[in-house]
Design a protein. Sequence first.
Length: 96
Amino acid sequence: MERHETQRADGVVAKFLRASGLETPYLQYKLVQAWSTVVDETTARATQALEVREQSLWVRVEIPALRTQLTMMRAQLVQRLNAAVGSILIYDIKFI
């Protein structure tokens, strides 16, 4: 019987996603989902991460004062979100 090299499941999945062209959409999905874990609970309830488009995360903000506060934290949030998915996907956040 021939012995095969064992591989970790996450490595196999990553190779499949990359080969099938689904890696970027998957990471974008993970980034949108990570929004609520990167910001505090109050901010998460008053906002909604919508989508990644043109290397920016689009976030709906219900409270104008919160929009101003998040705008000032934009660079930190971009770093945290990219770190959460382990890849540089976005360079900006658009608050609408």
